[in-house]
Design a protein around this ligand. Sequence first.
Ligand SMILES: *[C@@H]1O[C@H](CO)[C@@H](O)[C@H](O)[C@H]1NC(C)=O
Ligand SMILES: *[C@@H]1O[C@H](CO)[C@@H](O)[C@H](O)[C@H]1NC(C)=O
Ligand SMILES: *[C@@H]1O[C@H](CO)[C@@H](O)[C@H](O)[C@H]1NC(C)=O
Ligand SMILES: *[C@@H]1O[C@H](CO)[C@@H](O)[C@H](O)[C@H]1NC(C)=O
Length: 384
Amino acid sequence: MESHSLRILLSLTVILSLFIPNPVYAKTICEFPAIFNFGDSNSDTGGLSAAFGQAWPPNGESYFHGPAGRYCDGRLVIDFIAESLRLPYLNAFLDALGSNFSHGANFATAGSTIRPQNTTLQQSGFSPISLNVQYYQFNDFQHRSQIIRSKGGVFKELLPKDVDFSRALYTFDIGQNDLSAGYFLNMSTDQVRAYVPDVLDQFKTVIKYIHDHGGRSFWIHNTGPVGCLPYILDRLPITAGQVDKAGCAAPFNEVAQYFNRELKKAVIRLRKDFPLAAFTYVDVYSVKYELISQAKKYGFVHPLRACCGHGGRYNYNVNHGCGSKMEVNGKEIMVGKSCKDPSVTINWDGVHYTQAANKWIFDQIVNGSFSDPPIPLKMACYRQ
Ligand SMILES: *[C@@H]1O[C@H](CO)[C@@H](O)[C@H](O)[C@H]1NC(C)=O
Ligand SMILES: *[C@@H]1O[C@H](CO)[C@@H](O)[C@H](O)[C@H]1NC(C)=O
Ligand SMILES: *[C@@H]1O[C@H](CO)[C@@H](O)[C@H](O)[C@H]1NC(C)=O
Ligand SMILES: *[C@@H]1O[C@H](CO)[C@@H](O)[C@H](O)[C@H]1NC(C)=O
């Protein structure tokens, strides 16, 4: 009798185990409780504005109805990421006013590089908040947020839980300014290429530190086709032979692609070094290039012209940027929006994409079709 019931029990266990979802095959979505973002203006939601003065109008007008710390008419890719994970938009770590960090923080600032630059913001336009500084700020945030949270009350509502740091999504979009910085110092393409390994070493170091602090899910954008942006086309010398079919400057895009190949190798190395973490490499370059080179097909116009800017072939002038004041025939005017409809325009201000372009880019990358491994955003806590 006893052996009989034991047999039934055993066979029941076998049968049941066939129906219990195997964690490897039946993955549930990750449910990230927070996002911690690192980067440059492509994902700055108010960092540079908090430290150095607000982005001017007409920035933000298509969505926020006024400046919102973003160099865009509206939302950025990181905003669409937050929306799709049902998390609030990220506040900038540097923003002392009204910020709520319960679901993450944004350490990105416009003009940030991976490597610290040897020039000031005033001299070169590159932010002093380079990736290593963003890491110092993250480190400080992680540590002090817990001390302050333990005071309870409103602090508990404004700061993330300790466990959320290991369950959070860590997002990165940085590197474009490291490439342009060399060119603006009049370096040759060979000279720029030569320092890319150093840039990526410093990138890996920061990822390692964040991993040491408990970060496990990393979503890493590669760098975009910088040679298709008005500020590069207008400011850097190129010959007719260096212009590609889409009207972009091929040498700068080739350097970006070289950076991306090396970044991909760095990510593969990180996966080997940190077997407990998930690293998703996202090929934003291909998505942006496809949009610019096939703009018409996707319902966009004038892919190489800035919407908000002034003058020249690309409606861009470094001395008369979007929202700045200038004098025309003795009258002061504001450099504003000159495109008819930002919702069918790709470039916002010569350097940054419009909200409409950002939405299009996000829609391409969210399902994992441009990711390595090809997993969707919601599954980015898994290695495969
Ligand atoms: C800044 O200068 C230091 C010392 O010369 C050098 O090691 C470093 O590579 C420079 N950084 C950049 C971004 O050029
Ligand atoms: C902070 O944001 C969270 C999530 O949106 C919300 O539940 C909480 O009430 C906010 N806290 C304050 C003080 O606004
Ligand atoms: C780069 O070259 C241009 C043109 O020769 C010159 O005007 C500019 O000052 C140079 N910039 C630097 C940082 O050396
Ligand atoms: C991902 O989304 C894009 C844009 O909506 C679509 O074209 C593509 O077929 C999707 N890919 C997969 C694998 O679902």
